[in-house]
Design a protein around this ligand. Structure first.
Ligand SMILES: [Zn+2]
Length: 96
């Protein structure tokens, strides 16, 4: 998938979640698919995976990372899951 298209997905998720001021960096990462930095308000997405996943899968990863920002918590506590379940049915996805 082209970076341009990934950025388009990112923007649509930002809009859907009603958040502001976050950035995306598509960059090589050794051990992770994606991560979010509260310090720089930047979602880092591993450039090596964007050709391996389809649009829905990428969208879910972006959703996951940006929900960390929305609930202001880098962990996966109940608040995180409650927010995620507003957009994705409980049971249809697993988080780790
Ligand atoms: Zn997470």
């Amino acid at each position: 998938m082209e970076r341009k298209q990934v950025i388009k997905i990112f923007r649509s998720v930002v809009k859907e979640l009603g958040i502001e001021g976050v950035k995306i960096r598509i960059t090589p990462m050794k051990r992770k698919v994606a991560s979010f930095s509260f310090k720089t308000k930047t979602l880092r997405l591993n450039c090596n995976i964007i050709d391996l996943l389809n649009k829905e899968q990428l969208k879910f990863i972006i959703f996951h990372e940006l929900i960390h920002f929305k609930v202001r918590d880098i962990n996966h506590r109940s608040k995180f899951h409650e927010e995620l379940e507003k957009y994705y049915d409980k049971g249809s996805v697993t988080t780790c």
